[in-house]
Unconditional design. Structure first.
Length: 113
């Protein structure tokens, strides 16, 4: 039986569908921490985890994050807690915007900065 026969074609189509569904599920399970950081965190915390001088002036509490190593030193749970509950008077909670999986992805990304 050739690949072009009905059964071979149906089998190939089923395999391709299964791979597509599997890839879609994997993508849904692994949020893009870098992309989420750019979307939700970059404005205040800077592209690489270093707030701009303007942001440090507007929000003095960001001065503690003046070097990219500050994020890397934070425990992942602390990063997630800040996103979940907010921080100080200016950082709002992201619990209504980000899922736990998305917060985990951002925390992992932040640790890599």
């Amino acid at each position: 039986m050739s690949f072009r026969s009905g059964k071979g074609h149906a089998l190939a189509l089923a395999a391709l569908t299964a791979l597509t569904i599997g890839a879609t599920r994997a993508a849904a399970q692994d949020p893009d921490g870098a992309g989420l950081y750019r979307q939700h965190c970059r404005t205040c915390h800077g592209v690489k985890g270093v707030p701009s001088e303007r942001m440090r002036t507007l929000y003095p509490e960001l001065k503690a994050m003046a070097d990219s190593g500050a994020f890397a030193k934070l425990p992942t749970d602390s990063v997630k807690a800040a996103m979940r509950h907010g921080r100080g008077t200016h950082m709002k909670s992201f619990s209504d915007v980000l899922s736990a999986e998305q917060m985990e992805a951002i925390a992992k990304y932040v640790k890599s900065l």
